[in-house]
Design a protein around this ligand. Sequence first.
Ligand code: GDP
Length: 197
Amino acid sequence: VFRNKLEFFAAAKISSSFPPPTIPEIAFAGISNVGKSSLLNALTRQWGVVRTSDKPGHTQTINFFKLASKLCLVDLPGYGFAYAKDEVKEAWEELVKEYVSTRVGLQRVCLLIDTKWGMKPRDRELIDLMEKSQTPYQIVLTKTDIVFPIDVARRAMQIQEDLKKNKSAVNPVMMVSSKSGAGVRSLRTVLATLARF
Ligand code: GDP
């Protein structure tokens, strides 16, 4: 499915402008700078369709991309910009929360966590919400190339242990580096199983 051309087809600032949920959807969430756009580019090998590094101050939208009519990839705005105005921050976060807890057809949320820094309070908030709404989510550790392999493994084990009682957490924790390409293929394989054939 990831060989199909990636096409941007909708952007939404409010939930009423989400496109109708006609194909299976996988969303990507995480704090800003976690490596989300880089991962989307690496997964699809279509550089430039998803722009990297949204800068604070830009209008944040939920962006919908499709791979033929088989799978929709959704880029959720990164939360937790240190320098954004509070009301702007809240608006993005509300939108992300509304999306993950109500979206029909959402098969999985990939929650990206920086391997070096681990989970942040905002990640936990999102996890709590997904547990409440029974939205399946999978933790994806990013930027594994800048951490010693032993520490990557430790981080993965720690998170898996942390989420042991969480019913909507999908195992295993995946580990990727968009830079070296490590783990990208495995993640692609896992996510491809959620597509429509
Ligand atoms: P986003 O804000 O979550 O979309 O993050 P970006 O994909 O724009 O990446 C944020 C920063 O992290 C950029 O400077 C990227 O070059 C860097 N980055 C992203 N992925 C990796 C990775 O796998 N390894 C390393 N070393 N840096 C990465």
